[in-house]
Design a protein around this ligand. Structure first.
Ligand code: C2O
Ligand code: CU
Length: 462
């Protein structure tokens, strides 16, 4: 039979009639489709020059997903370099983790990649390039990511602050010449001299006196540990790295947030608040204002009691006695460190040869991602890693695809983390339950340290 137009119409009608009609109407037939573009972008940070600064970015200021809702995200790369997108903190299938050269091939310029996953956890996350990250993050290739709770959280307003620093030159453009500087790589990483919140300089957020605000803070800097002095309003830490605290912890005064860490605060704006209040970065000779809350109107005070915890995600609790495997990860290297030699690409090298290969740091004596994983675990096993920082520098350690508990003195023990600050000379034990099968990176999120050797991985098998 030749398919004439009339036949074709009849056939497709038939096909429609024969669609199964038992499917529940409430379940979506298809995953939600989202299109994201990686592209060059410009920002007017220096109005006096009339020339915008050139950055890289996503075509969305923020991506809002829903817990449990499957999404298909088509990422189009309109940059001149290959790239990939990592969904930092999401516990999703390993092939969707976005690590170029490990879980996927890079997305070439002009090409697309479709990420398909279902966020298991509500909370504050971020998406960023995981290809040549030290360059692409320095240029701004990241985007905050919010996974909404199934039940709304009891606040009047939701404010997001992604805090960053940028190294800008005399011409008021990104200092790209210093990207890859070995001095940065061997010290504290790339530090900037211009500070932004949501890629804006000193933005002001309007809030109502008497209201209760959820404030999501993300440190998107390459390497800076931000110290932040918020307005002196009643405040509680309600979530760390996306995961709710079982009971919010009252907080006052300055706090620290390491690269890639997130905190959700609940803030009660006093009824008698007026004018403008700054989030400051303490500094010399004077503190620097990062962002403002601007009081607009008032409402009767509603936050009389401490906030209720956010609805919990489905993370499994376990006990110390569940630990089936315990290993050590010794971090060495960096300026003023004792690294003399290390394995790199299967060969033992002396320090000068390592430096020629831009390697300055090591995990258990190996610089950069080894062929063999740090450990192998079965899904469901509880694993402990002792992170031993035998260097003079703090590190912001991130494990992909998992959340862990830590016995660090700097954090409340009820917190879950996907990223953790570890001070120079300190040892911290982390524990987690091995999650989805695959290869998961464990690296320093001071992203120059990662490039210069601080990266390993674990293998999870079903
Ligand atoms: Cu946020 Cu491997 O990174
Ligand atoms: Cu580091």
């Amino acid at each position: 039979m030749t398919i004439t137009r009339r036949n074709f119409v009849r056939l497709s009608t038939l096909a429609m009639v024969s669609l199964p009609i038992t499917r529940s109407l409430s379940a979506p037939l298809y995953p939600r489709r989202i299109k994201l573009v990686l592209h060059p972008e410009q920002r007017n940070w220096f109005p006096e020059t009339e020339i915008p600064i050139d950055l890289w970015g996503f075509d969305h200021d923020v991506l809002r997903l829903r817990r449990g809702e499957t999404v298909e995200i088509e990422v189009e790369n309109r940059l001149t370099s290959p790239s990939s997108v990592h969904w930092h903190g999401l516990r999703i299938d390993n092939q969707m983790d976005g690590v170029s050269g490990m879980t996927q091939a890079p997305i070439l310029p002009g090409e697309r990649f479709i990420y398909r996953f279902t966020p298991e956890d509500a909370g504050t996350y971020w998406a960023h390039s995981h290809h040549q990250s030290y360059e692409q993050l320095a240029k701004g290739l990241y985007m905050p990511l919010i996974v909404e709770e199934n039940e709304p959280v009891d606040v009047d307003q939701d404010i997001l602050m992604a805090i960053d620093d940028w190294r800008v030159n005399q011409q008021r453009q990104l200092d790209t010449n210093s990207i890859g500087s070995l001095h940065d790589w061997s010290h504290g990483g790339r530090m900037g001299n211009v500070f932004t919140v949501n890629k804006l300089i000193q933005p002001a957020f309007d809030v109502v006196a008497g209201s209760r605000v959820r404030l999501r803070l993300i440190n998107t800097a390459n390497a800076r540990i931000f110290s932040i002095l918020p307005p002196t309003f009643p405040a509680w830490i309600s979530a760390k790295d996306g995961q709710p605290l079982p009971s919010p912890i009252e907080h006052s005064g300055q706090f620290f947030i390491g690269p890639a860490e997130r905190y959700d605060f609940v803030l009660d704006i006093p009824e008698d608040a007026e004018g403008t209040y700054a989030f400051q970065m303490p500094g010399n000779p004077s503190p620097l204002d990062l962002a403002y809350l601007r009081i607009l109107g008032s409402q009767p005070k509603r936050g009389d009691s401490p906030p209720k915890p956010f609805p919990a995600n489905a993370l499994t609790r376990y006990n110390d006695t569940d630990v089936t495997q315990s290993i050590r990860l010794e971090m060495t290297g960096g300026a003023m460190g004792s690294l003399r030699q290390a394995m790199y690409q299967g060969r033992l090298m002396e320090l000068n040869e390592l430096i020629q290969n831009r390697q300055i740091w090591a995990f258990n004596g190996t610089a950069s991602r080894p062929d063999e994983p740090l450990l192998e675990a079965k899904t469901g096993d509880v694993v402990e890693i002792e992170l031993i920082n035998n260097s003079r520098w703090p590190h912001s350690m991130h494990l992909h695809g998992h959340h862990f508990k830590a016995n660090s003195p700097h954090y409340d023990s009820s917190m879950w983390h996907d990223t953790l600050l570890i001070a120079g000379g300190e040892s911290v034990k982390i524990q987690f339950q091995a999650g989805k099968p695959g290869s998961w990176l464990l690296h320093c999120h001071m992203i120059e340290h990662q490039a210069a050797g601080m990266v390993s991985w674990i293998r999870v098998v079903a």
